[in-house]
Design a protein around this ligand. Structure first.
Ligand SMILES: [Zn+2]
Length: 114
């Protein structure tokens, strides 16, 4: 597929929340406009490199497991599968990719200078 989507500034669907220099935080909104789907993304530079952390409301795979099976999986295996989806336009996904790239460079540069 030909890439016709150049990243925009300001960027559709990507909101900057905070810029702390070595950390930048963004909200990535869902096309369905429900705040329940939006992702909060932290991009931080530290000694080990860049850490990208995504916060979102996740839902268990309720269609494949009932509540007892979820509890049983947690008891016997120690983990439960969750999933989160977000709907983006092609333009927004280009913006998201660009924000990950440019913010990672920015936080690393900031850390080098301090
Ligand atoms: Zn949504």
């Amino acid at each position: 597929m030909k890439n016709n989507f150049q990243p925009q500034l300001p960027a559709e669907g990507i909101l900057i929340n905070h810029d702390y220099g070595n950390t930048k935080t963004y909200t990535v909104v869902c096309e369905c406009s429900s705040p329940d789907c939006s992702h909060t993304v932290w991009i931080e530079a530290d000694a080990s490199g860049v850490t990208v952390t995504t916060y979102t409301k996740q839902k268990t795979k309720f269609w494949s497991l009932n509540r007892f099976q979820i509890i049983w999986t947690l008891l016997t295996k120690g983990w439960v599968e969750y999933e989160a989806s977000i709907i983006m336009t092609a333009q927004q996904s280009a913006n998201y990719a660009n924000v990950l790239q440019s913010a990672s460079c920015d936080v690393v540069e900031f850390r080098k200078q301090t």
